[in-house]
Design a protein around this ligand. Structure first.
Ligand SMILES: [Zn+2]
Length: 118
């Protein structure tokens, strides 16, 4: 049986993570905070249950971008790694562009249907 392990990493490879199975959802976000965090017109996220995630490299640094919201990034290369908020008790949101493998379809944030992980 094929493994459904999805992996991601930062630019330099110091921060690595992996999770089993499919994410709960995928979506684009272009809010002011995400645009500034990534220096891009938009970014794409996937929501993964905290209990499915394994961080396998160096520990991330965090920046509190809003009250109760933590942006995780690599302390070596500065790459954004994850969005983590008190309001999402059971999930961490990873930046889709940092995945090493796994094909994804993404819907627009607030779109009518949730994107499928394929
Ligand atoms: Zn790095």
């Amino acid at each position: 049986m094929m493994s459904d392990l999805t992996k991601g990493r930062c630019l330099c490879g110091a921060v690595t993570y992996e999770f089993e199975g499919k994410p709960n959802w995928t979506a684009h976000c272009h809010c002011d905070s995400c645009r500034r965090n990534t220096s891009a017109p938009m970014t794409s996220f996937l929501g993964v249950d905290r209990d499915k995630i394994r961080f396998t490299g160096e520990e991330t640094k965090t920046y509190e971008s809003s009250p109760g919201v933590r942006r995780h990034f690599c302390g070596t290369c500065g790459s954004p790694v994850a969005y983590d908020a008190d309001t999402y008790v059971h999930e961490i949101h990873f930046y889709l562009a940092a995945l090493v493998n796994g094909g994804v379809k993404v819907c627009h944030w607030g779109g009518a249907k949730v994107g499928q992980f394929v």
